[in-house]
Design a protein around this ligand. Structure first.
Ligand code: IPM
Ligand code: MN
Length: 354
C-alpha cells in the first residue's frame, strides 16, 4: 500500500477537536487496507504566535511544501488582531506554496437541511474553483496620509494572464474529469471591472476552444448570488477570481447545510494541497465536544481525491453520506444529537463495516 507524508495543522479553537476526528477517519481508512499516512504535526496558529511571536517560520513552510498533502483545522484567535494570522499564516501558505486553486464543492448530501425551499441533493451539486494567489488578495496598494481627512486607500486587483489561465485550465480539466453537467460557468463582472474580467473572459474563451465538449457559460457575480439561491441546479463547475470566490463559497456553504459540512482544498494541482473545514476556529464551542467534525472529515475525502486514491475517497464519502443521512439530527454545532467524538466514531464505524 502507498504511504503518504501528511502535515497536520490542528491550529486554534475547535481546530484540534475536528482534526482529531479527521485523523481517526484516516487511520480507519488505513486499517481497512487503504493508503498509510505518516503524520507530522505543526503547531502554527494564534497560540504559537502569542507565546513565541512566530507565525509561519520558513522551515515549516518548506516542510509543508514537501508534504504529499496537509490537513488544517482552523487558524484564528480572539486575542490576535484580525488580519495578522490571516495574512501571515493562511494567505502566506497559499502564496508561498503556490496553492493556486481553492476548490470548494457545494454538495447537499441526502438528509442534510438546506434553507432553500423545495431544493434537494439532485439540485445542489456543483463545485467552485476559486483562484487562490492573485486578485485583490495579492496585497497590492497602499495608503497615503493615513488618519487624516485627506486619507487615500488604494487596493488593487492583480490578474496575470498566466495566473488566470492556469486556474481556468484547471477548472476545465476538473469539469471534464467530474463528468456530471459538463458545463463551466465563468463568474465575473465584465460590465464594470472591464480590465480584469476582460482578461478573464478572453482567457476563458481561448482555453475553452480546447474543450469543445464542455458547455461554456458566463454570469456576473451578483447574478450568480441570485441563481445560487433560486436555481442552484444551473451549475456544474464555476470558476472565478479570489475575492468573488471567497464570497460565493460562503453562500455555497450555507445552501449545502452550513459550516458543519463545508470543506475546501488549497491546491497546487501538480503538487501539494492543504485541505480544511472552512468554518473557522469557533472559539465559543472550543473544548465542549460540540463542534461538528464532518467538514474536517470531508476535507480528508478531498485530500484522498487529490492524492488520486479514488477507492479510499469513495469509501470515506460513503461513510460521510451514511452518517449525514442516518444519524445526525443537524449539521449545527451542539445540535447534531451526538458530540464531536461520537460523530467521528460513527464515521469510523461505517468505514470499518462498509
Ligand atoms: C477563506 C477565508 C480566508 C479568505 C480568510 C480567513 C483569510 O475566509 O478561506 O475563505 O478570505 O480566503
Ligand atoms: Mn472565506
Amino acid at each position: 500500500m502507498k504511504e503518504y507524508n501528511i502535515g497536520i495543522i490542528p491550529g486554534d479553537g475547535t481546530g484540534p477537536e475536528v482534526v482529531a476526528e479527521a485523523v481517526k477517519a484516516m487511520k480507519a481508512i488505513s486499517d481497512i487496507g487503504g493508503p498509510r499516512f505518516n503524520l507530522t504535526y505543526y503547531d502554527i496558529g494564534g497560540e504559537r504566535y502569542l507565546k513565541k511571536g512566530e507565525l509561519l517560520p520558513e522551515s515549516v513552510a518548506k516542510e509543508l511544501s514537501e508534504m504529499d498533502s496537509s490537513l488544517l483545522g482552523a487558524i484564528g484567535h480572539p486575542d490576535v488582531k484580525p488580519g495578522i494570522l490571516e495574512k501571515n499564516i493562511l494567505l502566506k501558505l497559499r502564496f508561498d506554496l503556490d496553492l493556486y486553486i481553492n476548490l470548494r464543492p457545494v454538495v447537499l448530501l441526502p438528509g442534510v437541511y438546506t434553507p432553500i425551499k423545495d431544493k434537494g441533493p439532485e439540485d445542489i451539486d456543483f463545485v467552485i474553483v476559486r483562484e487562490n494567489t492573485e486578485g485583490l488578495y495579492a496585497g497590492a496598494g497602499g495608503t497615503l496620509k493615513k488618519g487624516t481627512a485627506d486619507e487615500v486607500a488604494v487596493q488593487e486587483s492583480i490578474n496575470t494572464r498566466k495566473g488566470v489561465e492556469r486556474c481556468i485550465r484547471y477548472a476545465f480539466e476538473y469539469c471534464k474529469k467530474r463528468n456530471k453537467g459538463r458545463k463551466l460557468t465563468l463568474c465575473g463582472k465584465t460590465n464594470v471591472l472591464t480590465y480584469a474580467f476582460d482578461l478573464w473572459e478572453r482567457a476563458f474563451n481561448e482555453v475553452g476552444t480546447e474543450y469543445s465538449d464542455i458547455e461554456k457559460d458566463y454570469s456576473h457575480v451578483d447574478a450568480i448570488c441570485m441563481w445560487m439561491v433560486k436555481n442552484p441546479e444551473f451549475f456544474d463547475v464555476i470558476v472565478t477570481d479570489n475575492l468573488f470566490g471567497d464570497i460565493i463559497t460562503d453562500l455555497g456553504a450555507m445552501i449545502q447545510g452550513g459550516m458543519g459540512i463545508a470543506a475546501g482544498g488549497n491546491i497546487k494541482p501538480e503538487g501539494t494541497g492543504v485541505f480544511e473545514p472552512i468554518g473557522g476556529s469557533a472559539p465559543k464551542y472550543t473544548g465542549l465536544n460540540k463542534i461538528n467534525p464532518m467538514a474536517a472529515i470531508y476535507a480528508v475525502q478531498m485530500m484522498l481525491d487529490h492524492l488520486d486514491e479514488g477507492d479510499a475517497a469513495e469509501k470515506l464519502q460513503t461513510a460521510i453520506k451514511k452518517v449525514a443521512k442516518n444519524d445526525l439530527k443537524s449539521m449545527g454545532a451542539g445540535r447534531m444529537g451526538y458530540g464531536t467524538k461520537e460523530v467521528g466514531d460513527l464515521v469510523v464505524n461505517y468505514i470499518v463495516k462498509g
